[in-house]
Design a protein around this ligand. Sequence first.
Ligand code: GDD
Ligand code: MG
Length: 358
Amino acid sequence: TKALILVGGFGTRLRPLTLSKPKPLVEFCNKAQLLHQLEALAAAGVREVILAISYSPAVMEEFLLKAQHDLGIKVVCSHEQEPLGTAGPIAYARDFLNTKEDFFVVNSDITCAFPFAELLAFHKAHGREGTVLVTKVEEPSRYGVVQHDASGKVLRFVNKPKQFSGNLVNAGVAAFSPSVLARLQPKPASMEKEILPVMAQEEQLYCMPLRGYWLDIGSPKHHLLGAQLRLAHHRATEPAILSVHPAVVGDVLISPSATIGKGCLIGPAVVIGPNVVVHDGVHIERSTLLEGCVVGKHSYIVDSIIGWKSVIGQWVRVEGNTVLGESVTLSDEIYLNGGLVLPHKNVKESIAEPKIIM
Ligand code: GDD
Ligand code: MG
């Protein structure tokens, strides 16, 4: 079995982080987002992965060489000349896909426990052309809504419906039989708008409920929320990977190479990356600190992402979905609420309202 990951665009919604790294390489819970998916695919026996991508900087090539080596899988990039949406890339990569075998298609911007083996078993058991994983959400209007019968056969698939028709949605992970390729052409098209609704009408689409957490983590706010869900998942399934430390409250992941000062309060829902230095008396809640950043004494960070190698002064307060890009510095005693700070900026004054600091 092979898999195609829809990597797509430039990750504008994750700026300023994506100004320094391609979105799939931005760390989520201390691991490149793409690596979560590659690891789950490798664990399910997938040996070949196709990245449907429109660009491929050198850092991506380096990352892929290492991932291939570590996981014992082959990863090829299928470069599109123009964005082909979510359906076009599958047809465009048909020479890479084995046309005799079922294959997975995965959206690169979602997090869940990725039950690929179960998905494939269910897909083979019903024998139709496609199976999508589905999950319940509060706000179904942003997703592909699915209605199904007791056997899991999809009766209706409506992408981003204006009218409420249930809160079960396409999770962005699917298995397809090779015959689905006959429906697709290598030109811009949307799987969820043009293909899946027709497959449902023709009784060729099934759905399988996803157990556990799920989130589309395409924006900073959802990145943080996703981390909170994933840490809670670790608590329930493999608590040993969460940190045990006198400063820690709730579910927290701290890289072994990070250092935490005296009298700190870390958690809940905090991720601290490699080589991060947290000085004494710091308080951090529901936030992610990326590799190599430094937090000065008595600073307070809540609901925020701190970019690689950023340096935060003393008695600083950062909150409200603030995102600091790479190598930002914040002067002592300032306050940031919801700022998006571009890489390498030195911020010397408080920012009380959400805005972009160029
Ligand atoms: N290669 C390539 N080319 N990939 C693309 C392109 C493109 O032109 N456009 C989007 N993608 C990738 C995105 O990077 C993402 O990983 C995936 O395809 C889905 O695109 P989104 O733009 O994130 O779609 P969405 O989130 O609005 O909706 C999709 O995901 C929902 C779940 O998060 C749909 O599949 C919905 O039905 C689904 O509910
Ligand atoms: Mg998305």
